[in-house]
Write a new protein. Structure first.
Length: 440
């Protein structure tokens, strides 16, 4: 049964799809609890951590107290690894106890991002789309990057949501591209969207992105001049402040090579060359998708490439698989009849590859070696990963990069014979509808 809608310019959602999304969502919550209880020790449950949220809070408090952000590790938080502008943005985290509020904000933002992705892919808007997005939001908590972001109290979902909303607006929308500059002021990896905008000849969005990024640097320089100088002249290039590049949860290109060579060290030139190859492939695929009118998967691939190119990308950074999965779901429903099952197989494969099997595996190891009574999740996790064989470590850190390369090659294959379009946001029919709606 197809829901009745008045707007004929898009793909309506069947009751079967909505019901399926809700069932998958409920099963996702139950599976999450069965794999790792919500308050599982030692701080491994979904509601039992929030460590990075405390880094944000303590970093902002440290700054407000007049201390330097980068001269020494912040007590009880470690090194502050974000630009000075980020510390200013984290000031609201110093008010009250933000843990529960921030968790709920992340869940809501995740749901809105999924709704937006389904919408611009081509589904018609309405409460039926909201129900489907709600079910998929619950299910998405089982994706490794989403689970890690919620568990750590990270900011990845919020930054992704802002960029997705902004860059899927119609061409010519006011200040389109500003989100990239703002996100880069908090996490530098967002800067990779600037080359994408340039390669696809989106000049005004590129200018808005660069201009906004410059504004964030200037704000940091005016409010925190000494910290700004220290960060941009010294701290920004010190990867050791972030963590050990040979950690199996470092899923960047650098992490793959570092784990392959461990205990040896990786030459910077090697990392740069291989990262450049992956980024080049991603930009090529993204530009082809853009020219075909498929802006959403293009944006997602660039976001994934930013994770691959950074010196250290923890598993929770890869939230950009969410727009990929949402787009694949749309194609699984609305694709050409002869190709639907191929889209569905690809969707299942991506979901399986990006699910929280790494976190589950580490938790099983923690229990098996008797580390559930450890003083915190970090010592327990460090003890557990010593039991992961070298081959498995390479698979653990390399799977997201391999999946990104596969997605790029797939995108190049399906756009090979596509004729260029106007480059409007993805979902050709739906994008035209969005252009008619200024408030979209």
């Amino acid at each position: 049964m197809t829901l009745s809608v008045k707007d004929p310019g898009g793909t309506s959602i069947t009751w079967r799809f909505v019901t399926g999304c809700l069932i998958v969502g409920v099963l996702g919550v139950l599976i999450q609890y069965a794999l790792i209880p919500f308050y599982a020790p030692p701080g491994f449950g979904l509601f039992a951590n929030g460590g990075d949220l405390w880094v944000y809070r303590l970093g902002a408090e440290h700054m407000l107290s007049g201390h330097s952000l980068y001269d020494a590790p912040i007590p009880h938080a470690g090194w502050f690894t974000y630009p000075p502008f980020a510390a200013l943005m984290f000031v609201p985290f110093t008010w009250g106890n933000p843990g529960t509020v921030w968790f709920l904000v992340n869940v809501v933002v995740l749901g809105l991002t999924i709704w937006r992705c389904l919408r611009v892919s081509g589904f018609l808007a309405g409460w039926h789309l909201g129900l489907a997005a709600f079910g998929l939001t619950l299910a998405a908590i089982n994706i490794e990057a989403v689970r890690g972001t919620l568990w750590q109290g990270q900011i990845n979902l919020v930054l992704m949501a802002v960029i997705v909303w902004d860059l899927t607006r119609p061409q010519g929308a006011l200040l389109r591209g500003w989100s990239v500059g703002l996100a880069a002021g908090i996490k530098l990896t967002a800067l990779l969207f600037v080359p994408y905008l340039l390669v696809t000849r989106q000049w005004r969005p590129a200018a808005a992105a660069v201009g906004t990024a410059i504004v964030t640097v200037l704000i940091g320089a005016v409010v925190l001049p000494r910290d700004t100088a220290t960060y941009w002249l010294h701290a920004v290039g010190d990867v050791r402040r972030i963590g050990d590049v040979t950690h199996p949860a470092n899923q960047s290109v650098n992490g793959v090579i570092a784990n392959l060579l461990a205990p040896g060290t990786i030459a910077v030139a090697v990392w740069v060359v291989f990262s450049a190859l992956v980024v080049g492939l991603a930009l090529w695929a993204a530009s082809r998708l853009h020219r075909s009118g498929e802006e959403l998967p293009a944006i997602a691939i660039v976001g994934l490439a930013a994770c691959a190119a950074t010196p250290l990308a923890w598993s929770h950074h890869w939230v950009w698989f969410i727009p990929v999965i949402a787009y694949l779901l749309y194609r699984s429903v609305a694709g050409r009849s002869g190709l639907v099952w191929r889209w569905r197989l690809v969707t299942v494969g991506v979901v399986a590859a990006t699910s929280m099997w790494l976190t589950t595996w580490i938790y099983v190891l923690i229990k098996s070696i008797g580390e559930t009574d450890a003083v915190g999740y970090v010592p327990a996790m460090d003890a557990a990963i010593t039991h992961i064989p070298t081959g498995a470590r390479l698979l653990t850190c390399g799977l997201p990069v391999l999946l990104l390369v596969a997605l790029c090659l797939g995108a190049l294959a399906i756009t090979r014979n596509s004729s260029p379009t106007t480059g409007i946001p993805s979902g050709r029919t739906e994008a035209k509808n969005l252009e008619k709606a200024p408030g979209s």
